[in-house]
Design a protein around this ligand. Structure first.
Ligand SMILES: NC(=O)c1ccc[n+]([C@@H]2O[C@H](COP(=O)([O-])OP(=O)(O)OC[C@H]3O[C@@H](n4cnc5c(N)ncnc54)[C@H](O)[C@@H]3O)[C@@H](O)[C@H]2O)c1
Length: 351
């Protein structure tokens, strides 16, 4: 029988606790330690018999973990991941892979030097809905994709912002790094590389030193262009979490968050409805509305199962540091564009 994989956790806030709950449901895992700054959280897990630590260095030295899930605030991702790699531990790094491209490049260097794999928590890539959209678009199901539109519009409750890092620009706060990064990664997966962006941001509603709202223009390597609109302070259902049924903690709304339009057909995500008509169809051409079907599955569980296979070297990471760095560079370019009022090429940031 295969031995359980020894997994540790660094950071047990909202997301870390979610990962721990997922790890308890996925067979083949032994939770060997939790490093968390909050003493009440440590006490709770210690009462359940899990070794807890205030300092992840101490944990990595003591528990002989094979993998570690990093769910700290964004600004600690790269350094914690480098510590894991130095200890011979394969990291699953929550998104964004780092808070800045510079920090991400340092992590990429450390990861290459270590010879170990590293997985990044772009869990939507494991979702069968995204996989179906990726396969359909890549197989030419829409013809040539020309126009892309994405929305992430939702109101986060005030309590969410009690953690100071979420509105601190020096700690990786703001809705672009916390939320848009997911959608940018999904749009890259479906439509290919983004080569340039232009953006405006606003903090008019909360007045925090980070953006709560942004309007973004994107140019894809394929020649397609796109728009993306995001706000974490508006009452609206058009975001992945509320439309995809991915996470039962969100009330489901049968709406879409992306529209991808090509020369032969268009696709709405996550409903996976496609629209087509006769070749060269004019204003009276009959539309054919179809749906791509998929087998629903819990993407956080799929990601954790994949993480075990990455640790056992049975699979290459589906979202690796290189790819996550490209996604991060798009987000950094969006911020730069908004600050400087100009179009920013992604290649200029990645060097
Ligand atoms: N994949 C997703 O859908 C998703 C969703 C939410 C958050 N996230 C990501 O998860 C991470 C955590 O977000 P959150 O909402 O849980 O934040 P949070 O503030 O609720 O939790 C962060 C936790 O890390 C702890 N911490 C801070 N520094 C630490 C250190 N050096 N060692 C150990 N613990 C430390 C804090 O005490 C806190 O409990 C962020 O990177 C965020 O972007 C991902």
């Amino acid at each position: 029988m295969m031995q359980n994989v020894r997994i540790a956790f660094i950071g047990a806030g909202i997301m870390g606790r979610h990962h721990i709950a997922v790890a308890r449901r996925v067979p083949g895992i032994e939770i060997v330690g939790i490093a968390e700054l909050n003493p009440q959280t440590r006490d709770r897990y210690a009462a359940e018999g899990i070794p807890t630590f205030a300092d992840h260095h101490e944990m990595l030295a003591e528990v002989a973990a094979e993998g570690a899930v990093i769910s700290t605030p964004n600004a600690y991702h790269a350094s914690a991941a480098i510590d894991c790699l130095a200890a011979g531990v394969v990291p699953l790094i929550e998104k964004p892979v780092a808070d800045t491209v510079a920090a991400g490049l340092g992590l990429r260097e450390a990861q290459r030097a270590s010879g170990l794999p590293a997985l990044v928590g772009h869990h939507r890539r494991h979702n069968p809905i995204i996989k179906a959209a990726v396969e359909h678009v890549r197989a030419g199901g829409l013809g040539q994709v020309l126009a892309v539109n994405g929305l992430w519009l939702r109101r986060k409750p005030d309590e969410y912002f009690q953690e100071a890092w979420k509105t601190d620009p020096t700690a990786g706060g703001g809705t672009l790094l916390i939320n848009a990064i997911h959608d940018i990664d999904s749009l890259r997966a479906i439509c290919g590389e983004i080569v340039a962006v232009s953006a405006m941001t606003s903090n008019a509603s909360r007045g925090a030193p980070v953006e709560d709202t942004a309007a973004i223009l994107m140019r894809f390597a394929s020649g397609a262009v796109g728009t993306f609109l995001i706000s974490d302070n508006v009452v609206a259902p058009w975001c992945w979490e509320m439309t995809s049924q991915e996470d039962p903690r969100f009330a489901w709304q049968p709406e879409n968050s992306y529209v991808i339009a090509g020369t032969e057909a268009s696709l709405a995500v996550p409903t996976l409805e496609t629209w087509s008509n006769s070749p060269n169809g004019g204003r009276d051409a009959t539309f054919i509305r179809r749906k791509l079907y998929h087998v629903a599955a819990e993407s956080m569980e799929l990601q954790m199962q994949h993480f075990l296979r990455v640790i056992r070297r049975e699979e290459e990471p589906l979202a690796d540091v290189e790819s996550a760095l490209a996604t991060l560079a798009v987000v950094e370019a969006i911020k730069l564009s908004a600050a400087q009022g100009r179009e920013v090429a992604i290649a200029d940031l990645l060097g």
